[in-house]
Design a protein around this ligand. Structure first.
Ligand SMILES: *Cc1c(COP(=O)(O)O)cnc(C)c1O
Length: 393
């Protein structure tokens, strides 16, 4: 007998036969350099835990202390009865850390984009969007009802061309780009993009999810990296990557932040992060502001790992950040490589189409300050062994 959900069963079967069905592995240890994954202890080359803060004693302690004093949940959306002192303190601290006048937090980086883009863009407006922008930017753009015009990835010539061709037909315009692109680890040329935004007098928004806590002085992000303080209108960030917790942020001018408080729908219609989340994020800022040690170690580890991989003859693509793609070509090879690495005690995921273009399958290694040099050496050894066995190097 047929049912109303047969089509879903068929879709699922289709994904399985095409090798596109993602079986999610389960972690039963805290996040760190090593994990217990599906019951096996493996070296962690997968997480966005760039600074090792996800299980840092100071964050755990701050979360516990805050719960003792303030309980767990905010119990309402922020505009009605859910704004707690911790949320305001976190926003003040984030603004100071980023060197801007104001900041507003959201439940996640994803919801920060869903809140911000529709608040700034309407159906009479145009969005110039890097072709490889993150899914949450794309969804925010779609929700806004504005006209989305992609430009070629990190290509300022292409950006200028689409602006010249289209700008005059719309009421207002915005340029939106990822800061660090998560699949390739390359960095948007934000200095050049800023010059274009200035010349054509359009708003500029950067999503710095993978740059927060990574790029710039002590992890202050892409705007600091390029010395563009006060020049980028909207800086979106996340506390789920280098900060090791959860939550999104928009840093910018007081007028934009005020507008988002009144018109950002995920702010108005969804409750904020919990008490321990907010307290742990503040503790992460304490650590970042007290020393650059973790960020420095992240970059030392990154340079070491990349240099050794190149010596072996691996192609690590265009990355200039801790995101290290190991280019393998076809998806089945990348999947086999990942399985063999797991057998050898290394957890590194294969990424294939549609996450990355066809024929550009890869293993993505995420380097962290949590890795000791010995950990990186173990990982390198496994890569060399599997690379030779599979004829990659
Ligand atoms: C990871 C990521 C997000 C989503 O952040 P969450 O806080 O996990 O929701 C948004 N934008 C970019 C560019 C990202 O890489």
């Amino acid at each position: 007998m047929s049912t109303k959900t047969d089509w879903i069963t068929q879709e699922l079967e289709g994904l399985k036969t095409q090798g596109l069905y993602n079986r999610i592995r389960t972690i039963s240890s805290p996040q760190g350099a090593w994990l217990v994954v599906d019951g096996k202890k493996v070296l962690n080359f997968c997480s966005n835990n760039y600074l090792g803060l996800a299980n840092h004693p100071k964050l755990v302690e701050a979360a516990k202390k805050a719960m003792d004093e303030m309980g767990v949940g905010p119990a309402a959306v922020r505009t009605i009865a859910g704004t707690m002192t911790l949320h305001l303190e976190l926003e003040k601290r984030l603004a100071a850390f980023k060197g801007v006048k104001a900041a507003i937090t959201f439940q996640s980086g994803f919801s920060a984009n869903l809140a911000t883009i529709p608040a700034l863009v309407g159906k009479d407006d145009v969005i110039f969007s890097d072709r490889l922008n993150h899914a949450s930017i794309i969804d925010g753009c779609r929700l806004s009802g504005g006209k989305i015009i992609p430009y070629e990835h990190c290509d300022v010539v292409s950006l200028v061309a689409v602006i010249k061709e289209n700008l005059s037909q719309f009421r207002r315009a915005i340029i939106i780009t990822d800061g660090v692109f998560s699949m390739d680890g390359d960095v948007a040329p934000l200095d050049k993009i800023y010059e274009v935004a200035k010349k054509y007098d359009v708003l500029l928004m950067v999503d710095d999810a993978h740059g927060e806590g990574v790029l710039g002085k002590g992890g202050r992000g892409i705007v600091d990296h390029f010395g563009l303080h006060g020049k980028v209108d909207v800086e979106v960030g996340t506390m789920s990557k280098a900060f090791g917790v959860v939550g999104g942020v928009v840093a910018g001018t007081p007028v934009i932040v005020e507008w988002l408080r009144l018109r950002g729908r995920p702010f108005l219609f969804s409750s904020a992060v919990t008490v321990p989340d907010a307290a742990a994020c503040i503790a992460a800022l304490d650590i970042l502001e007290s020393s650059t040690e973790l960020v420095d170690r992240l970059w030392d580890n990154t340079r070491y790992f990349k240099a050794e991989m190149k010596k072996f003859g691996f192609d690590t693509g265009l990355s200039t950040t801790p995101i290290t793609p190991v280019m393998l070509g076809e998806a089945p090879l990348a999947q086999q490589f990942s399985r063999e690495l797991f057998e050898a005690g290394v957890f590194a995921m294969a990424l294939g189409y549609p996450t990355v273009p066809q024929g550009k399958a890869r293993i993505r290694v995420m380097i962290s300050a949590a890795h000791a040099k010995g950990d990186l050496d173990k990982g390198l050894e496994a890569f060399a062994k599997v690379g030779k066995k599979l004829g990659v190097i």
